[in-house]
Design a protein around this ligand. Structure first.
Ligand code: EPU
Length: 422
């Protein structure tokens, strides 16, 4: 396994190209199971999670071709309907094949999904959505076994204890495109990745309205056709590099970033004193010297609130703020595994339930730290970029799941960062 080594303290300067959104690309690739025609999907980031989705689709006997320049070509029909444990358990988004498989093939056997260690991640809402469409669900030997002779449109409320669910909305919406009649999903997720998925499905001939609102209306069609589609830029990648520019006192242009997709992050950083300018083709950030970052109160919420996927990165920044900050995690109350690692670097963070109370320090110091989940790892990279001395981040496998060429992109901005074998 590789480790990342960072010598902190270099202000980042230059332009960075924001890649396609991982969390849009994964369900969209799964949605191609809804047709036997060819789907050409562009701007798919080269990530380990995308490799996993390719393996799952190939294991379902779908033809998948990866072309140069981040294009993936997927051609059905899929021959198999069982997605096995070895693949599915490595990535939460694998569960996205459930809805398309049962809608197209009337049967699906999908292992319970895995993913990051960020606390319990139930799938009750996925099952509720599909059952609402008339799918019969059984759980057997760790597999979700879904069967339906015919899917029927229905009114389905998809709110859970923590609000809407992104991938449960995705699964239900995908299945409903081929159901008989009209489906209305109430308390649907409004994330840009759901809107992108809806637009992809519409480009295949689906009839969908209200995506980007909590009420999505889907009129089922008999069949969907192939398409050629471009994935939206990754708002979490953009937000991560925005913070990297901000806390290193740099000046970075995030090319292709769509400010409308991460306004809550932009707004919070402005509150902290960071200068951010929005342009048609991207966003520019002008950073601060660390101790002039103002403290903030951050609560993670479903979109358009502050994204949980930016919580760890924001925490690294607030470790250096001039005062006390509070972060409340309302999506994954246990998503704080980065806290102890930041402590090794000299951060003062006190955890109480879903709240992290952060007392800003003048500087962080480089240390050996362990990457534990994708966004926690990104938070540690940010801390390493601004820390005094050398930080070694071990087990960076998670970073490769979700950030395309992270070390190259940061090196191009002037960071001293490199990879070594452990
Ligand atoms: N939840 C339920 N029941 C369900 C599903 C979810 O109670 O059936 C709860 C979850 O436990 C959580 C909340 O609902 O408390 C929201 O979870 P959601 O279902 O929205 O998460 P997800 O769809 O599994 C996606 C992203 C995550 C991101 C979350 C929240 C993908 C592939 N994953 O997961 O991204 O954190 O939405 O925005 O889209 C990441 O990229 O690092 C990542 C973890």
């Amino acid at each position: 396994m590789d480790k990342l080594i960072i010598e902190g303290g270099k202000p980042l300067k230059g332009t960075i190209n924001i890649s396609g959104a991982k969390n849009a690309a994964l369900p969209i690739m799964a949605a191609s199971l809804l047709t036997d025609d060819t789907c050409v999907i562009n701007n798919v980031p080269a990530l380990r999670d995308v490799d996993t989705m390719v393996k799952i689709l190939r294991a379902l006997e779908t033809k998948v071709d990866r072309k140069k320049g981040n294009t993936v070509v997927i051609k059905g029909p899929c021959g198999k309907t069982r997605a096995i444990y070895n693949l599915v358990s490595t990535m939460r988004a694998s569960v996205c094949v459930l809805g398309p498989l049962v809608a197209k093939k009337h049967v699906a056997e999908v292992s319970f999904p895995g993913g990051c260690i960020i606390g319990p991640r139930p799938i009750d809402l996925h099952l509720k959505g599909l059952e609402g469409l008339g799918v019969e669900i059984k759980i057997k030997s760790g597999y979700i076994i879904a069967k339906a002779r015919k899917l029927k449109g229905a009114k389905i409320y998809l709110g859970g204890h923590f609000g809407s669910s992104v991938l449960a909305t995705a699964n239900t919406m995908m299945a409903a495109t081929l159901a008989e009649g009209v489906t209305i999903i109430e308390n649907a997720a409004c994330e840009p990745e759901i809107v992108d998925l809806a637009n992809f499905l519409i480009s295949m001939g689906a009839k969908i309205a209200g995506h980007s609102t909590p009420t999505i209306r889907i009129k089922g069609v008999r069949r969907l056709h192939g398409t050629n589609y471009n994935i939206i830029p990754d708002r979490v990648e953009a937000g991560t590099y925005m913070l990297a520019g901000a806390i290193t006192g740099g000046e970075v242009f995030l090319k292709n970033a769509k400010p409308a997709h991460f306004l809550a992050v932009i707004d919070k950083l402005r509150e902290c004193g960071v200068k951010i300018t929005e342009f048609k083709d991207g966003v520019k950030v002008k950073g601060l010297v660390a101790s002039s970052i103002k403290p903030a109160t951050v609560t993670t919420l479903p979109y358009p609130g502050f994204p949980t996927d930016m919580q760890a990165q924001m925490m690294s920044a607030l470790c250096l703020a001039d005062g006390i900050s509070v972060i409340t995690e309302k999506i994954y109350p246990e998503r704080f595994i980065h806290v102890s690692e930041l402590g090794r670097m000299g951060a003062h963070i006190f955890l109480e339930g879903p709240n992290a109370i952060i007392r800003g320090v003048k500087a962080l110091s480089g240390a050996d730290v362990m990457a534990s989940d994708l966004r926690a790892s990104a938070g540690l990279v940010l801390a390493g970029l601004v820390a005094k001395g050398k930080t070694q981040i071990h087990r960076i496998y998670h970073l490769d799941r979700g950030y395309e060429k992270l070390d190259n992109k940061l090196s191009n901005l002037g960071a001293k960062i490199w990879r070594e074998k452990e």
